[in-house]
Design a protein around this ligand. Structure first.
Ligand code: URA
Length: 428
């Protein structure tokens, strides 16, 4: 006879039949799965029932609390400064964390940015930064605190002790088609952010082909759910809904995204990357009690660049080092004269991934130089035969599959069509 408090099959049946789980059932489920008393196939069935039938607000809140309780909680109160963090739900060409963390730190707000590696078509911030020679993602909690005190910003990997239930659950969801469940995404993201101990949080919830949430209604529901979870836990949380129908900026890859971020920190760079960086910085600074700060000025006058250089050096990186360059390139040309009206984010993300910028399995290595460099964005006028994008890789056999991914990615029209705004909505 099992000494366990609940029967896993009863819990699965409850959700399958659209019932509500009790707080005790939820606490037990997360704890039992983390210690191996619930089998992966049972948890996969429960995740699928949650994906299909949802969870109410109390269930999501308890599920999140149970995931937080599965590991350690960090505490930055000893720093004596406000803390703020940003989380993006993931997109193509989304390098915003790189300029944003040092930019916010300019104003005395500490940024403890725990980031991940890419899996699938969305890139990972740590993979991008690892393109910088010598840069190290794994810091101890003491190293992280010291860097926050001295530099004010840190971008590093989440330690194994933070929400271990989520690490196990996320890996299972990834291979069982259960990533795209709003209660599971919201609890996964917010358990890590709340356990991390940030005082305020700005969520960048992506909408469009390159995002988990393909339509605005779902993205809005995800944003509202996460904002509620954050506020209930005492974290000042706001969300921006932003467009991910087309890639951000002109690069999707690792080293090329670092290069573009450095352009932004030098006061240049593509306008969409600059605009979103500044908008998110304003939100973070306001949420952290610095509403009068002027992040635009700090990008232009080099203060953000100074913090970037110190942040990269503190983690062993050389901010002046030559970044890796892909050995091979191929250029895709515009099929006709006209206006580029569509450049599909998902297709570009898949192409960059197939070129070697991303990984298919957690243990795969990424190519630092691989990716896609865009020469035109929606709204730009193009002429037949002009370069639209350059594919980059060290392994030219990958070009064919990347080109396949891009087969329907581009629409050139005789006349411009309205493009969706970059920032769609704000939820607080
Ligand atoms: N990012 C996460 O951390 N968790 C999810 O479930 C989805 C995106």
């Amino acid at each position: 006879m099992s000494s366990e408090k609940f029967d896993t099959v009863d819990i699965i049946r409850t959700k399958r039949d659209r019932g509500t789980l009790t707080p005790e059932q939820i606490d037990w489920t997360i704890d039992a799965y983390t210690r191996g008393a619930i089998a992966d196939e049972q948890m996969a069935a429960l995740n699928m029932a949650i994906l299909l039938n949802g969870m109410n607000r109390e269930e999501i809140s308890r599920w999140t609390a149970a995931m937080i309780a599965s590991g350690e909680r960090m505490d930055f109160s000893a720093l004596g400064k406000p803390t703020s963090d940003k989380h993006s739900t993931g997109g193509v060409g989304d390098k915003i964390t790189l300029p944003l963390a040092p930019l916010v730190a300019v104003f005395g707000v500490a940024v403890p940015q725990l980031s991940g590696r890419g899996l699938g078509h969305t890139g990972g911030t740590l993979d991008k930064l690892e393109a910088i020679p010598g840069w190290r993602a794994d810091l101890s909690n003491a190293e992280m605190m010291a860097q926050l005190a001295e530099v004010g910003a840190v971008i590093c990997a989440a330690g194994a002790g933070l929400a271990p239930a989520d690490k196990k659950l996320y890996a299972l969801r990834d291979v069982t088609g259960t990533v795209e469940a709003i209660p599971l995404i919201a609890s996964s993201i917010m358990s890590k952010k709340i356990a991390e101990g940030t005082g305020s949080l700005v969520l960048d919830v992506k909408v469009g082909s390159g995002a988990f949430m393909k339509n605005e209604d779902d993205a809005r529901e995800l944003a509202r759910t996460m904002v509620t979870l954050g506020k209930d836990a005492g974290v000042n949380t706001v969300a921006l809904l932003t467009n991910m129908a087309t890639p951000l900026g002109l690069t999707a890859g690792n080293a090329i995204e670092v290069q573009e971020s450095v352009e932004v920190l030098a006061g240049g760079g593509p306008s969409d990357v600059v605009d979103l960086t500044v908008a998110l910085a304003r939100e973070m600074l306001t949420a952290a009690g610095r509403p009068d700060a002027d992040p635009e000025a700090a990008l232009k006058d080099g203060r953000a660049m100074d913090v970037w250089r110190r942040m990269i050096s503190a983690q062993g990186g050389d901010p002046d080092a030559q970044l890796p360059v892909a050995r091979e390139s191929e250029t895709i040309l515009a099929p006709a004269d006209g206006v580029l009206t569509e450049l599909d984010a998902l297709a570009v993300g898949v192409a960059a991934w197939r070129l070697g910028a991303g990984r298919a399995r957690k243990e795969d290595a990424v190519q630092a130089g691989a990716g896609v460099r865009l020469h035109a964005k929606p709204g730009d006028t193009v002429t037949a035969g002009s370069p639209l994008m350059t594919l980059l890789t060290d392994t030219p056999e990958k070009f064919e599959r990347a080109r396949e991914a891009l087969a329907d990615a581009v629409t050139v029209s005789p006349r411009p069509v309205g493009t969706a705004p970059l920032i769609i909505d704000r939820i607080s």
